[in-house]
Design a protein. Structure first.
Lengths: 299, 231
């Protein structure tokens, strides 16, 4: 087994045009870790966070939240096997992320809300999965053809309102789900991509957004995180077609363990490479716009 | 209510109302304009107001996101008429208002807030996220009808955060009544600076329409020496 089992994955956080125009930094972060815990099945852990626009240290908050989630997952899984996890364990996990943010805030003499961010997390073994979410963004799982969001993004009454891990009510707001079956493909995305990746009317995932991206990823020759596709994902997230639809920071994590062969069933020829008008097929090389380092919390 | 209120039923044509959301699933930023076209607006004021509305559309179109997100509805009063149902800025045609009769401001406010309630229901039905709506009243007079019910609706709406209500008085307006209608400080238009007013409104709606969770929307103060308003 390779360093990542059968998983192929890519992940990137790219600043939105609004932040780039004002010279502000990207306030999203994401992280992926392949865990080899003794006496436990190999596990893939994914985390994404969107720092609140109003929070002074949003970027640091988002990065710290992702890193803490990974570390606490490793600790937690060493104590409790994934199949035995309950909501209480997930609440403990979120409380630890919250504590880490509060502690960092206290160190620099700021209120915890200055580190406010949303949090998405997924823990995957061969035949089991855990998901948790506070705030907006989405975790989307798929079979290779159909994709569905595990939770619907948490929003307040209005489109510019959501919930954060630093909220006093975070534990109560936490969404938690387990799945006692294998997950073949998974995506985590922050709200900057919601208009493209989700269909609001039916509250479903927009499959044409995901299919071409996963098809590219499945084609990577080796499991793990292919550097060329990683760069391509950053370019894709910064493409003008995307930026026309969203001015916000954008984070996307994609992970698949489907082989390329089963990925193209009876699709008409050309589907895999043709670009649906609303979702450019895969990364398009662009002359301009080299994404600046966005603080991916890479492991 | 003891009789069937047909005006609240879904009209037959509304069966197709969802098409615009399928075509454009962007979150919406609704804005209701309540515009005084009573006889006293005759001449330069109404001409400048019309020019301001054209500016409003132009400025919103200059922003590709705002063009698809900001939705405008217009109720004119003098008499009360829904001049423009909710439409995104890219679909909106600025009306040409002419000065007409009296100033039924109370009824116009109630009608505008009704439009807003219906629109929000439609957004929810179609799963369209939306931002906090703005209601913008512009008048040069004093209500010629009962405005107490309207004042109550405004108070309730502001307190429940259902919308934000702004009142602007053109020269001759009864600022005292505007003060009692609006929880926010009414603004007095300097001269006939309608274009500047609508530029400001467009900028504000652009800010709101791209605001992200956890962000306070920064609005520029219109009552600066260079601005279009005074308090």
């Amino acid at each position: 087994m390779s360093a990542a089992g059968d998983w192929r994955y890519v992940y990137a956080s790219v600043p939105g045009v609004a932040h780039r125009a004002s010279g502000a930094e990207c306030q999203d972060a994401c992280a992926v870790q392949w865990l080899a815990v003794p006496d436990a099945p190999p596990t893939l852990v994914l985390a994404a966070a969107d720092g609140a626009g109003s929070a002074a240290e949003a970027r640091i908050g988002a990065e710290l939240a992702c890193q803490t989630l990974l570390a606490e997952c490793a600790t937690g899984l060493a104590q409790t096997p994934i199949v035995a996890w309950t909501r209480a364990d997930a609440e403990t996990l979120s409380a630890r992320v919250q504590a880490a943010l509060s502690q960092r805030a206290a160190e620099v003499g700021l209120p915890a809300r200055e580190f406010a961010c949303t949090l998405l997390g997924a823990v995957l073994t061969d035949d089991h999965a855990l998901f948790l979410q506070i705030g907006d963004g989405a975790i989307v799982i798929g079979t290779g053809d159909d994709y569905r969001p595990v939770f619907w993004p948490q929003v307040g009454e209005y489109a510019n309102e959501t919930y954060f891990i630093t909220d006093a009510s975070a534990a109560a707001r936490l969404e938690f789900a387990t799945l006692a079956e294998p997950v073949a493909e998974i995506a985590l995305l922050t709200d900057g991509l919601q208009p493209l990746a989700l269909h609001y009317q039916t509250r479903q995932a927009h499959a044409p957004f995901f299919r071409p991206l996963f098809q590219h990823l499945r084609a990577a020759p080796e499991p793990g995180c292919p550097a060329d596709l990683q760069t391509a994902l950053e370019r894709f997230l910064d493409a003008p077609t995307l930026n026309q639809r969203t001015h916000d920071d954008k984070t996307l994590i994609l992970a698949t363990r489907l082989p390329l062969t089963t990925a193209e069933p009876a699709e008409p020829a050309g589907t895999a490479e043709s670009a649906p008008s609303d979702a450019p097929a895969g990364p398009t090389p662009l002359p301009s716009a080299i994404p600046e380092d966005c603080g991916d919390a890479a492991v | 209510m003891n009789e069937l209120d047909l005006s609240r039923q879904t009209p037959f044509g509304a069966d197709f109302s969802g098409a615009e959301f399928a075509d454009n699933p962007e979150p919406r930023c609704p804005c209701v304009l309540l515009l005084d076209n009573s006889w006293s607006m005759n001449g330069a004021p109404i001409a400048e107001l019309n020019a301001g509305l054209a500016t409003f559309k132009e400025e919103l179109l200059a922003d590709s996101l705002a063009a698809k997100r900001v939705e405008i509805a217009i109720v004119s009063f003098g008499p009360v008429e829904v001049v423009s149902e909710f439409q995104t800025a890219d679909q909106f045609t600025p009306p040409h208002l002419s000065a007409n009769k009296d100033t039924p401001m109370g009824q116009a406010i109630v009608r505008g807030l009704e439009l807003l309630t219906q629109r929000k229901a439609l957004y929810r039905e179609h799963g369209i996220p939306f931002f906090r709506p703005w209601v913008f009243l512009i008048t040069d007079g004093s209500p010629t009808d009962d405005w107490q019910a309207a004042a109550l609706d405004i108070r309730k709406g502001e307190e429940s955060r259902a919308f934000a209500f702004f009142a602007v008085g053109v020269e001759g307006a009864n600022l005292d009544i505007l003060q009692r209608l609006s929880l926010r400080q009414p603004l007095r238009l300097k001269g006939l600076r309608f274009r500047e007013l609508f530029q400001w409104l467009s900028n504000s709606m652009r800010s709101v329409s791209r605001s992200v969770p956890g962000t306070e929307v920064p609005l520029s103060n219109p009552a600066t020496p260079d601005g279009w308003a005074s308090i």
